[in-house]
Ligand binder design. Structure first.
Ligand code: 13P
Length: 347
């Protein structure tokens, strides 16, 4: 294992003043999002939309990396340049989502397991040869009556650890994402307790499977009350709980911590990140790896006027400015900007 290469890549991913664009929505997720803005979802419209994001002027200064879904990984700009090369020329690291989605965990109603391990070594070799520097694997943990079970957490942390070690053997930094879902009626207390426990099991298992922690990155939810709990999202509380659970349960030698937006309103996702950054210093670099919070207004703008892509690029550029300001804790507090909030399991 080339530990110095892994550590260097992890450092670059969470470098100050930069963050990650998650553009790795599966075709099924894109279908839902495109449906919501009335655009036909085809291979070409998905390509056209992703090109708007990637070719936004200045985005290379804000983005340390971009995560693709397999289809996008092999696509090109309208002028025929592979997106992979386009990013490489701009110094943006290339990432690939490698889990193959969620399946029910038999015997455990309401719980899921992510799949795709069996074919992973072959797929990782192919992506690495084509320039990938990091990968992402998402598992989900649902909170509800009597769940999550130890068995579900154990099965998912086992898969995440095996995935991480396979990546590292191919010089690819694994982003491990045990997403504790925002869906539900639980309290923040409950979310914090579940997250702490998931992190304990995850890092114990990653160590057991000989994952090099400084060459791996955690992608996590923030500690939020369940979306249907009727409880408000209070920025200071989210930041205090999130920082506490991370500081108490995430090893300081880990390569970095990045956040997903998880269906929060875009303004909340930025305000919360800003407050978390303000509570630093943290033992690891901390930044965003958002999909919906960065993209939703861009998708709306693009769908509303596909003839003028500059307008959509302008919106994306503004979103990146907000996100970057939030990573330093210097963002001006915003009101909640509405987005179409989708279920956490959809991705
Ligand atoms: P959201 O920011 O929309 O939660 O997506 C991030 C992601 O990559 C989830 O896997």
């Amino acid at each position: 294992m080339q530990t110095h290469i892994l550590e260097e890549t992890a450092k670059q991913l969470v470098a100050p003043g930069k963050g990650i664009l998650a553009a790795d929505e599966s075709s099924a997720s894109c279908q839902k999002r495109f449906d919501s803005v009335g655009v036909e979802c085809t291979e070409e419209t998905r390509r056209e939309y992703r090109e708007v994001l990637l070719t936004t002027p200045g985005s290379e200064h804000a983005l340390s990396g971009v995560i693709f879904f397999d289809e996008t990984y092999w696509q090109t700009t309208a002028s025929g340049k592979p997106f992979r090369e386009f990013l490489k020329e701009r110094g943006v690291l290339l990432g690939i989502k490698v889990d193959q989605g969620l399946v029910d965990l038999p015997g455990f109603p309401g719980e899921k397991l992510s799949q795709g391990l069996d074919s992973l070594p072959e797929r990782i070799t192919k992506y690495h040869t084509a320039g990938a520097k990091f990968a992402k694997w998402r598992s989900v943990i649902q909170i509800g009556p009597d769940i999550p079970t130890e068995e579900c957490i154990g099965a998912n942390t086992f898969v995440l650890s095996r995935y991480a070690r396979i990546c590292q053997d191919h010089e690819i930094v694994p982003i491990v994402e045990p997403e504790v879902l925002f869906d539900g009626t639980h309290t923040s207390d409950c979310a914090e307790e579940v997250m702490g426990h998931v992190f304990d099991m995850l890092f114990r298992t990653m160590r057991a499977f000989r994952v090099h922690l400084p060459g791996a990155v955690l992608k996590t939810s923030m500690v939020l009350p369940g979306k249907n709990s009727g409880l408000p999202i209070v920025t200071e509380e989210v930041a205090t709980r999130t920082v506490r659970v991370l500081h108490e349960h995430v090893p300081s030698e880990l390569g970095g911590v990045v956040f997903l937006s998880g269906g929060q309103m875009s303004g909340d996702a930025f305000n919360n990140l800003n407050a978390i950054a303000k509570m630093g210093p943290h033992p690891w670099g901390v930044t965003f790896s958002y999909s919906r919070a960065l993209q939703d207004p861009v998708l709306k703008q693009w769908a509303g006027n596909r003839g003028d892509k500059e307008l959509a690029k302008h919106v994306f550029s503004r979103q990146l400015d907000r996100a970057i300001a939030a990573t330093s804790g210097n963002m001006k507090r915003e009101g909640s900007h509405d987005t179409f909030v989708t279920s956490g399991q959809d991705l």
